[in-house]
Design a protein around this ligand. Structure first.
Ligand code: FPP
Length: 248
């Protein structure tokens, strides 16, 4: 990484995906309700979105609400829905000004009609912005995404011999978005949690024990630094190690 405020130009990941975990633990360790953790996490999200714009990241995908999160207590689910609405109400103008294009991945249909409408309006307003594509995974599950894709392919009458990786990618919620180069997971858990399970095939991982609300711009910069050190082989051989027998 350079000595300026930017990440190394050639090695900045084009697409970063984040599992923003640890909001609940952050709140509990302060004697606060879980929703206070989600609100602190939302504040942190603003900082990280701005850092992405500054560092030249082109795509950011955030895991805000999973298909499994419906199993949480009702007040927490309502709180997360309110946060989504608040973020659109309060941040949209600024995000639009900064050139952020908002997209949604997941299923909108289970959300309240007024929230669906706001999400669709935000997508429409920002659809031509080019600086950063922000994919908000809300009511998203990787398995659900694959089920949706198969179902659409069948409805479209796709023939078996037409099915290949490129076609499947086009049927996913992330159609047109390159696979994530780097996936960051905060608060230390070592699992994928049904996030981008197709797209993560060759992503690099960065896991930190820091809870999401405390994942600062400095730590984000460290994650980008770590990425610059990775030797990505995509199943082939390293450019420098000819006889590397590894499978990854
Ligand atoms: C995981 O932490 C976090 C979530 C399920 C929600 C993430 C949401 C935000 C950061 C708010 C931003 C939202 C939008 C809509 C832009 P956890 O609650 O599982 O934490 P724990 O494992 O410590 O309990």
């Amino acid at each position: 990484m350079g000595n300026k405020n930017t990440a190394s130009e050639s090695k900045v990941p084009a697409h970063i995906a984040i599992i923003m975990d640890g909001n609940g633990r952050w709140a509990r360790s302060r004697g606060l309700p879980r929703l206070a953790g989600h609100r602190a996490g939302t504040e942190n999200l603003r900082r990280i979105i701005r850092a992405c714009v500054e560092f030249g990241v082109k795509y950011l995908t955030i895991y805000a609400f999973s298909t499994e999160n419906w199993g949480r207590p009702r007040d927490e689910i309502e709180g997360l829905m309110n946060i989504l609405e608040d973020v659109i109400d309060r941040e949209l103008t600024e995000l639009h000004k900064e050139g952020v294009q908002l997209r949604h991945i997941g299923r909108l249909e289970r959300l309240a009609p007024n929230i669906q409408e706001k999400v669709l309006e935000a997508i429409e307003l920002t659809k031509n912005n080019q600086r950063l594509v922000l994919n908000v995974a809300f009511n998203y599950g990787g398995r659900d995404e694959i089920i949706c894709a198969i179902s659409k392919m069948l409805k479209d009458g796709v023939r078996p011999e037409e099915v290949n990786e490129e076609l499947v990618s086009r049927y996913l919620f992330t159609a047109g978005v390159p696979d994530p180069d780097l996936i960051i997971r905060t608060s230390g858990e070592l699992r994928i949690s049904n996030f981008l399970i197709w797209q993560a095939a060759y992503s690099e991982w960065y896991v930190t024990p820091t809870c999401w609300p405390d994942f600062s711009k400095e730590e984000f910069r460290k994650a980008l630094e770590a990425f610059t050190q990775r030797d990505r082989r995509f199943g082939g051989l390293s450019a420098t190690v000819e006889d590397n027998p590894s499978h990854d």
